[in-house]
Design a protein around this ligand. Structure first.
Ligand code: AMP
Length: 473
C-alpha cells in the first residue's frame, strides 16, 4: 500500500484475504517519511496469530508491504519469513516475493564468492543483493539490472525510501494486480484483497512490467529486452487462487464451474449424487452437477479451523490433517452411487482417504472425477509439488490408480478442457506440471532446495572447528 495513513492496517487486512497463498509465516514492513527507519513485524503462523493490536499501532507510516509465506525454496523458519529488509547504499529496501527463481542457487554462489553475506536461505534475497550492487558500466538502473539476471517466477513488491514498486517476471507466472483506495495505490497478488479493503481494481501488472508508485503517482516501464511470453500458472485457476478473485479478467469460481461442466461432458456416469471434496472441489462439483443433472450433496463437512493440509511440510502431519479436515454425513451417501469431485490428485492421499470414508459410510459406488489433468511434472515456478517419482500419475497406470484409490471409476479433465474452461488462450498459460513443457529452462542442479542442500553439504564436509577457523581467521 502506498500513500495512505492506514497503510499497515490495510496491508494487514489484505494479508487476511491472501492467507490461502501461504500459512507458514506472515510479515509487514511499514515506513513513514524518507529516511525514517522501517518498522518491521514478522512471525511464524497465520496473519491472525502474528500481529497483535500493539504491533499494528507500531507499524506506523503511509507505505507498507506485507507477505504470507508458502515455502518452495528455503526452510520454514522465522529467518526466512518475509518481507526481507536490508540497508544498502541506496537506503533501506524491503522485498516480498511470490514465485520461485530457477537460477537463485547459481547467482547466490557467485555473490557469495564475491563476498556477499546472506541472512536467509530464500531465493528472494538474491534479488536484494543484485539490486544493492548494480554494475555502473551497464546502466539502466539497479532494479532493471537485477531483474535482467534473475530467471523464473516472481511477482514482487518492493519498498524503498520513497517509493513502492510492483514487478512481474516476463512470463507472468504468478498474478499481481494494482488497486486504488482514496489517494493511495495497492499492489496485491489477488483482487480478493482489494475487495476486502474496499479498494478499486485498476488493472493487472503486465508480465515483464515494473510499476512504480511514488509522489508523482503511478508510472511503469518494461526493463526486459525480450518481448514477454505470457505463462500464467494454470493451477492458480484450478486450485491456488481464491474463487472470488479475477485472473486475466476471468473470475476464478466461474472457471472452476466450467471445468466441472467439461468434466461431466468428458466423463459422464450414472449416479445418484455429486459430492464435492470441500473446499477445493466445491465449484467443479457444482459444474458437474449442473451439466449432468445429478443433484449436488455437500456430504463432506469441513472443519474450517485447520490450515490447508499441503502447506504443512511433514508427511506425518499431512496424513493426520487428511483425517481431521473432513467428516462425512453417512445418511447422505448410504446405498448411493456417488460421484466425488476434487480439483486435483497429487500424491493420492486425499482421494484415497475420501473413498475409504465413502465406502465405510455405505456408498454403493464411488466414481472419482478430477477437474484437472494428472500431475506428472514438478513445478519450478512456485507451487510445491513433490518429486515427480512421488506423483501418483507417475507411479501407476490409470487402472492401477483407480484400484489403489478403491474407486469404481476415475476420470480426469484433459488439458484442452481445463484451458477452455478458463476462457483464455492456451498460449497464455504455463501448463508445465501437466505437460512437462517448461517456459523457462532450469538446470536440475539449480532447482529448488539447492540453497538448503549446499548449506547441508558444507556443514557435513567441514568439521565445526575447522569451519570456524576457515571462515573467521
Ligand atoms: P494429494 O492428497 O497429495 O493427492 O493432494 C491432493 C489434494 O491436495 C487436492 O485436494 C488438492 O486440492 C490439494 N493440493 C493442491 N495443491 C497441492 C500441492 N501443491 N501439494 C499437495 N496437495 C495439493
Amino acid at each position: 500500500m502506498y500513500g495512505h495513513p492506514n497503510a499497515a492496517e490495510l496491508t494487514y487486512y489484505g494479508l487476511y484475504a491472501l492467507q490461502h497463498r501461504g500459512q507458514e509465516s506472515a510479515g509487514i514492513v511499514s515506513a513513514r517519511e524518507e529516511s525514517s527507519a522501517f518498522r518491521i513485524r514478522r512471525g511464524m503462523g497465520l496473519v491472525g496469530q502474528v500481529f497483535s493490536e500493539q504491533d499494528l499501532k507500531d507499524l506506523t507510516g503511509t507505505r507498507a508491504i506485507g507477505h504470507v509465506r508458502y515455502s518452495t525454496t528455503g526452510s520454514s523458519t522465522l529467518k526466512n519469513a518475509q518481507p526481507i529488509t536490508v540497508e544498502t547504499l541506496r537506503g533501506q529496501i524491503a522485498i516480498a516475493h511470490n514465485g520461485n527463481l530457477v537460477n537463485a542457487g547459481r547467482l547466490r554462489a557467485e555473490l557469495e564468492a564475491d563476498g556477499s553475506i546472506f541472512q536467509t536461505t530464500t531465493d528472494s534475497e538474491v534479488i536484494l543483493h543484485l539490486i544493492s550492487r548494480p554494475n555502473p558500466a551497464i546502466g539502466g538502473g539497479a532494479l532493471a539490472q537485477a531483474l535482467s539476471r534473475v530467471h523464473g517466477a516472481y511477482s514482487l513488491v518492493l519498498m524503498g525510501e520513497r517509493e513502492l514498486i510492483g514487478a512481474r517476471d516476463p512470463f507472468g507466472f504468478r498474478p499481481l494486480v494494482i488497486g486504488k483506495l482514496d489517494d493511495g495505490f495497492i499492489f496485491s497478488s489477488e483482487t480478493c484483497a482489494l475487495d476486502l479493503i474496499g479498494a478499486e481494481f485498476v488493472r493487472e501488472v503486465e508480465p515483464g512490467e515494473v510499476v512504480v508508485a511514488d509522489e508523482e503517482g503511478l508510472r511503469s516501464f518494461k526493463p526486459h529486452n525480450e518481448p514477454p511470453r505470457e505463462a500464467l500458472c494454470v493451477f492458480e485457476f484450478v486450485y491456488f487462487a481464491r474463487p472470488d478473485s479475477q485472473l486475466g479478467g476471468r473470475n476464478v469460481s466461474h472457471a472452476r464451474i466450467r471445468m466441472g461442466r467439461e468434466l461431466a461432458r468428458m466423463h459422464p456416469v450414472d449416479a445418484d449424487i455429486v459430492v464435492p471434496v470441500p473446499d477445493s472441489g466445491t465449484y467443479a462439483a457444482l459444474g458437474y452437477s449442473e451439466q449432468s443433472g445429478i443433484p449436488l450433496d455437500q456430504a463432506f463437512v469441513r472443519n474450517h479451523y485447520i490450515g490447508r493440509t499441503f502447506i504443512q511440510p511433514s508427511q506425518l502431519i499431512r496424513d493426520f490433517n487428511v483425517r481431521v479436515k473432513l467428516n462425512l454425513i453417512r445418511s447422505a451417501v448410504q446405498g448411493k452411487r456417488v460421484v466425488v469431485v476434487d480439483d486435483s490428485i497429487v500424491r493420492g492421499t486425499t482421494a484415497r482417504a475420501r473413498v475409504t470414508n465413502l465406502r465405510e459410510a455405505g456408498a454403493r459406488e464411488v466414481h472419482i472425477r478430477v477437474s484437472c489433468p494428472p500431475h506428472r511434472f514438478s513445478c519450478h515456478y512456485g507451487i510445491d509439488f513433490p518429486d515427480p517419482k512421488d506423483l501418483l500419475a507417475n507411479r501407476m497406470t490409470r487402472q492401477e490408480i483407480t484400484k489403489y484409490l478403491g474407486a469404481d471409476s476415475l476420470g480426469y479433465l484433459d488439458v484442452d478442457g481445463m484451458v477452455k474452461a478458463c476462457k483464455l488462450p492456451a498460449s497464455k498459460f504455463c501448463l508445465a506440471c501437466f505437460t512437462g513443457d517448461y517456459p523457462v529452462p532450469f538446470a536440475p542442479e539449480d532447482d529448488k532446495g539447492v540453497l538448503e542442500r549446499r548449506r547441508d553439504q558444507a556443514a557435513s564436509l567441514v568439521p565445526e572447528e575447522e569451519a570456524r577457523q576457515r571462515f573467521l581467521l
